[in-house]
Design a protein around this ligand. Sequence first.
Ligand SMILES: Cc1cc2nc3c(=O)[nH]c(=O)nc-3n(C[C@H](O)[C@H](O)[C@H](O)COP(=O)(O)OP(=O)(O)OC[C@H]3O[C@@H](n4cnc5c(N)ncnc54)[C@H](O)[C@@H]3O)c2cc1C
Length: 179
Amino acid sequence: MDILGIIEKMLDGIEVKLNYDFFDNRKELENIADKIIFTGPIDKFYDYKFGELEYRSLRFETEILDKENYQGNAVVNYTEYEVPYTRIIEHKHFELDAKENPKTVITREYPDKWVQGKEPYYTINDEKNNSLYQKYVELAKADKNVIFGGRLGQYKYFDMDKVIVEALNCVRKELNLNN
Ligand SMILES: Cc1cc2nc3c(=O)[nH]c(=O)nc-3n(C[C@H](O)[C@H](O)[C@H](O)COP(=O)(O)OP(=O)(O)OC[C@H]3O[C@@H](n4cnc5c(N)ncnc54)[C@H](O)[C@@H]3O)c2cc1C
């Protein structure tokens, strides 16, 4: 089964609304469920009551090149101070089938300052932000109908495998399952 098949099966029988912002439809969404799993920013959920958490953002520059292969690999990281981008993704190397194509698409990733409206890619887990986050956690403890999950809900960077473990642990806790 391919990845789309897996996702279709996981969502079988579940109503899915895309491009449907929680905050634009908050009343409706809070009324249709006994419990909400919220994977957006926890500070926004509480209307920034204690202030804004900080994030790092990214800027992407994508190019189509007239060559079959650019870097021979899906991801190359650049850690030198002099290089303004942090990595180059060459998309075709994620998919074996696409390798025969005479062109290739690359994306350079640049660090970018986060301001509201930009994608909050990475949390900044320094002392200031962690203690601000703890204030939101205290508020959340009183909200028995909301589970905050994932990198924005828990204000923490997770790799994909870690976020899946976290979600499974959350389900186990919620359903009182021991293993
Ligand atoms: C640039 C970048 C590169 C990464 N590379 C890797 C990698 O190579 N390997 C790896 O293992 N992990 C990688 N990760 C981490 C991986 O992306 C995360 O582990 C995973 O996406 C976290 O899942 P999540 O559910 O917590 O958050 P997300 O995937 O961000 O899911 C949160 C969901 O909540 C939705 N949402 C948020 N706010 C609202 C709202 N107001 N209304 C409605 N919906 C909302 C979003 O649309 C989104 O669908 C990378 C992350 C970043 C940012």
